[in-house]
Design a binder for this molecule. Structure first.
Ligand code: UD1
Length: 368
C-alpha cells in the first residue's frame, strides 16, 4: 500500500519523524507498505524547516508543494491545489495528517475529495473549545472527515465518542511528539550561547510566544513580556523568537536588553535549553507536552488548552492572558511550590510503532 505522510509546519516535522521510521522498519521487514513524504512548504525557512529534517534524520521529502506564506485562505488554497495535482497524477491508499496546522486541514480535505482516499489523523480528537484559534478550526474540520483517529489521550477519545465517532475508528496510541523526544534526548546539544551567557542549570527561564492572540496585538505583547521580566527575579530569560512574533516585536518599544533574544532554535538545542530551565513560559501546545515529560514547570499564557492532561497530570498550568496572573505564578515557582507532575498514559516512545501496527491490521497487509 502507498501512504502519503503530510508535513507542513515545524511541529509536524517532529511528529512525522517516528512514523516515517516505523513504516521504514516494517517495509524493510517485508511488509508491502510504502510512503511518500509530502512537504507542503507552509514553513520554509532553514530554521523553521530544513534544520529539523537534518537533525531528526528525516528523509528528503518526495514532494514539496512550496505553499509559502500568505493569509489563512491563500495558504490553504495553495496547499490544496498542489496536493490535488499530486493525487490526480498518482493517488495513494491512505493520507496521514498530523496535528492541527493549516496543512493538516488542507490535505485531509483534498484526500477525501479526490477518489475518497482514507484519512488518518494523528493527534485526532483534541479540542480547546476556542473557535477563535485557527488550529481549533483545523482540528474540527479535519476530524469531521477523518476515517482513523490515532489519539494521544483519554480526553481525546471521549471528545470523539461524544461527537458520534464509533469506537472502532479510534486508536489510543500515545504521542508521536514524545516518541521523538525520547529518541533524541541523548543527542540534545548545548547551544553556543550557553557559555557566553554563563547559564547554569535551573537558573534561567525559557519563553516562546507565537499565538496570534498574544503576539498580533502590540500592546498585549508589550504587557505580557514586561510582566514576565518584572516577575522573574532577574533570572536570564531566553526568548527564541518565532518569525510571526519577530515582526511585531520590532515595532514595539519593549526593553529587549532584559531578554536574551534568539532566532528560532534547532530541535536539539531548544530541548537542551528546556530540559535544564527553571521554568518555561509559552503559548505553544507541543511545548507543554515536552515540559510535562521532562518534568519542567510550564506556565501557559492561554485561556484554554486542547491538552488538559498536561495540567491535570503534568507540570503545566494555564495562567490565561491577563498579565496580572504572571507574578503569583512566579512566586509559587520561586517558593518551590510548583507541582511535580507525572507522565500521561502511553507517552512512552512507542506511539508510531502502534500506529503502523494498526494500519497493517486495518489494511489487511501480510506480515512476513
Ligand atoms: C503555525 C501553526 C501553529 C504552529 C506554528 C509553529 C497554523 C494555523 N498554525 O503557526 O499551529 O504552532 O506554526 O511554528 O498552521 N514565516 C516565516 N518563515 C517560515 C514560516 C513562516 O517567516 O518558515 C512567517 C510567515 O510569513 C507568517 C508567519 O511566519 O508571516 C506565520 O506563519 P504561519 O505558517 O502562518 O503560521 P505560524 O504562526 O507559524
Amino acid at each position: 500500500m502507498l501512504i502519503d505522510i503530510i508535513a507542513g509546519a515545524r511541529p509536524n516535522f517532529i511528529k512525522i519523524s517516528p512514523i516515517v521510521d516505523a513504516i521504514t522498519t516494517q517495509s524493510n521487514a517485508g511488509v508491502k507498505i510504502e510512503y511518500r513524504l509530502v512537504h507542503t512548504g507552509q514553513h520554509y525557512d532553514k530554521k523553521m524547516s530544513h534544520d529539523f529534517f537534518e537533525q531528526l534524520n528525516i528523509p528528503t521529502p518526495h514532494f514539496n508543494l512550496e505553499a509559502g506564506s500568505g493569509t489563512q485562505a491563500e495558504q490553504t488554497a495553495k496547499i490544496m491545489i498542489g496536493y490535488e495535482r499530486l493525487l490526480l497524477d498518482k493517488p495513494c491508499d491512505l493520507c496521514i495528517v498530523v496535528g492541527d496546522v493549516t496543512s493538516t486541514m488542507a490535505c485531509s480535505i483534498v484526500a477525501k475529495k479526490v477518489n475518497n482516499i482514507k484519512v488518518a489523523h494523528v493527534e485526532g480528537g483534541i479540542r480547546s473549545g476556542d473557535w477563535t484559534m485557527p488550529e481549533e478550526i483545523n482540528r474540527i474540520v479535519t476530524d469531521a472527515i477523518t476515517d482513523y483517529f490515532f489519539t494521544t489521550s483519554a480526553v481525546a477519545n471521549n471528545n470523539l465518542l461524544k461527537s458520534g465517532i464509533s469506537n472502532d475508528r479510534i486508536f489510543f496510541v500515545g504521542n508521536t511528539m514524545i516518541d521523538t523526544l525520547h529518541k533524541q534526548m541523548p543527542r540534545f546539544i548545548k547551544p553556543e550561547f550557553w557559555d557566553q551567557l554563563h547559564l547554569n542549570p535551573k537558573e534561567y527561564l525559557v519563553m516562546t510566544l507565537h499565538r496570534p492572540a498574544n503576539v498580533d496585538n502590540k500592546e498585549k505583547l508589550y504587557e505580557l513580556i514586561n510582566e514576565v521580566i518584572s516577575s522573574s527575579n532577574g533570572f536570564p530569560i531566553i526568548f527564541p523568537v518565532h518569525p510571526r512574533t519577530a515582526k511585531i516585536l520590532s515595532e514595539t518599544d519593549i526593553d529587549t536588553s532584559k531578554l536574551h533574544l534568539a532566532e528560532p532554535m534547532s530541535y536539539l538545542e531548544f530541548n537542551y535549553l528546556v530540559k535544564y530551565a527553571r521554568a518555561v513560559i509559552t503559548d505553544s501546545g507541543g511545548i507543554t507536552e515536552e515540559t510535562t515529560v521532562m518534568g519542567v514547570p510550564c506556565m501557559t499564557l492561554r485561556d484554554n488548552t486542547e491538552r488538559p492532561e498536561t495540567c491535570t497530570i503534568g507540570t503545566n498550568e494555564l495562567l490565561g492572558t491577563n498579565p496580572a496572573s504572571i507574578a503569583p505564578a512566579f512566586k509559587k515557582l520561586f517558593d518551590g511550590e510548583w507541582k511535580k507532575g507525572g507522565i500521561p498514559e502511553m507517552w512512552d516512545g512507542n506511539a508510531a510503532k502502534r500506529i503502523v501496527t494498526h494500519i497493517i491490521d486495518l489494511f489487511g497487509l501480510q506480515k512476513p
